[in-house]
Write a protein that binds this ligand. Structure first.
Ligand code: S3P
Length: 452
């Protein structure tokens, strides 16, 4: 078994940065491609025999980890000088046993989706990851995939490193998700692709639906139904995927940092072009509008089978709000930056039902409570949420001399606190900006460039 979790040092030197207040955010920007869609585009293209092309792929470390893994499994993946990725798929059922462990870096999505895909392939694979990923729970995918016949040898507590022996043939199941997780849903559906018969997932609460949308586009037979108010998704195995051209829309999770930056910075009037507006992802826009945020959707259209719009965001006097826990699955990655918006709102913002935030790249409730407290915000951490008393638009103090926010190998903590730095008197010093490259390598330049 390879060694457990690499440490921060394995990523290279920690790189601290202080984010300070600057002018209003103006003009037009574009954020990189959607991370969830990018992972899936590479995976599904690798399963279709022939050449698929992907335009607008997010070239962040997490997605590159998926590309490298698919290469180890037999796909040929090349980035053209035109920025278009060309993928020659090995074919479903014809993936090759990897010669080395698959190093998933920081990426939970790569790990869980690939565990699903390989659960119905007749060979062994070992998964490893960085210190953050090695602490994250894999039992949530190991449980259903074991029911399908796959065998796992995980580290203590159901974590990485983890060895998987795929089943051939695997057994189709109907699985009701015990946690609202698109990764678990996708893992079971991907295992179902190479499993004879019909594999179904029932989700009590809708989670992002990129897997089902894109699999349909690649020619898989997918049925979506409703049973007693719950969504069911079935895949017919053994599927035959056909090569596609995929256009990846801008990532709403990345856009969220700029939406909040513009809302809290006086004088801002920013257009963020080409942002994915899939209902299962757009919760942050609803929550910020509820707080009084001026966010307009311009030119709504479809890109690559996903709804997209340009967002015009203007500085707004935000008011605290009770955020409906039912919105959580559609904005699960956006809570860190919502907490920043709340720290500058008038009055109290209460969030609850967010236990899942404790098992993301870091414990995001604890990490954000500590970070906001450090910069002078009034924040109380509960078991399943944060309660934040905002400044009413006034700047916060920022990090005290010599102190910096601990990002805990979590890109979204780093970016959220960078945004808080725009409205903090001393600025916000972040201990390590390197994790930002997992999802948004151009973030710092774009943030510093958008201010005029
Ligand atoms: C993702 C699903 C979510 C999200 C993650 C990406 C996906 O995770 O937090 O960043 O691409 O399916 P969960 O399924 O664990 O909620």
């Amino acid at each position: 078994m390879p060694e457990r979790g690499r440490t921060v040092k394995d990523r290279g030197e920690m790189s601290s940065h202080t984010f300070t207040s600057q002018g209003p955010l103006k003009g037009r920007i574009r954020v990189p491609g959607d991370k969830s869609i990018s992972h899936r585009a590479l995976m599904f293209s690798s399963l279709a025999v022939g050449e698929s092309t992907v335009e607008g792929l997010l070239e962040g470390e997490d997605v590159l980890a998926t590309a490298a893994a698919m290469g180890q499994l037999g796909a040929e993946i090349v980035r053209g000088d035109d920025g278009i990725w060309r993928i020659h798929g090995a074919g479903l059922g014809s993936l090759l046993e990897p010669k080395q462990a698959l190093d998933m870096g920081n990426s939970g999505t790569s790990t869980r989706l690939l565990m699903g895909l390989l659960a119905s392939h007749d060979f062994s694979t070992t998964f490893t990851g960085d210190a953050s990923l090695s602490g994250r729970p894999m039992a949530r995918v190991i449980a259903p995939l074991s029911q399908m016949g796959a065998q796992f040898e995980a580290s203590t507590g159901g974590t990485l490193p983890c060895m998987l022996r795929g089943a051939s043939p695997a057994v189709p199941i109907t699985y009701r998700l015990p946690v609202a997780s698109a990764q678990v849903k996708s893992a079971v559906l991907l295992a179902g692709l190479n499993t004879p018969g019909i594999t179904s997932v029932i989700e009590p609460v809708a989670t992002r639906d990129h897997t089902e949308r894109m699999l349909k586009g690649f020619g898989a037979t997918i049925e979506i139904g409703e049973e007693n108010g719950e969504r069911s998704i079935s895949v017919h195995g053994e599927a035959d995927l056909r090569p596609q051209h995929v256009t990846v829309p801008g990532d709403p999770s990345s856009a969220a940092f700029f939406i909040v930056a513009a809302l809290i910075t006086p004088g801002s009037d920013l257009i963020i072009e080409n942002v994915g507006m899939n209902d299962t992802r757009a919760g942050i826009v609803h929550a910020l509008r509820q707080m009084g945020g001026a966010i307009e959707e311009l030119n709504p259209r479809e890109v690559g089978g996903e709804p997209v719009a340009d967002l015009r965001v203007r500085h707004s006097d935000l008011a605290g709000a009770d955020i409906d826990p039912a919105l959580a699955p559609s904005m699960i990655d956006e809570f860190p930056v919502l907490f920043v918006a709340a720290a500058f709102a008038q009055g109290t913002t209460r969030t609850s039902g967010l236990e899942e935030l404790r098992v993301k790249e870091s414990d995001r409730l604890a990490a954000m409570a500590a970070a906001l407290d450090l910069i002078g915000a009034k924040v109380e951490e509960t078991e399943d949420g944060l309660i934040i008393e905002g400044t009413g638009g006034e700047p916060l103090r920022g990090t005290p001399e010599g102190a910096s926010v601990a990002t805990k190998l979590d890109h979204r903590i780093a970016m959220s606190m960078a945004v808080a730095g725009l409205r903090s008197r001393n600025g916000v010093s972040v201990d390590d900006t390197a994790p930002i490259a997992t999802s948004f390598p151009t973030f710092t330049d774009l943030l510093e460039g958008a201010a005029q």
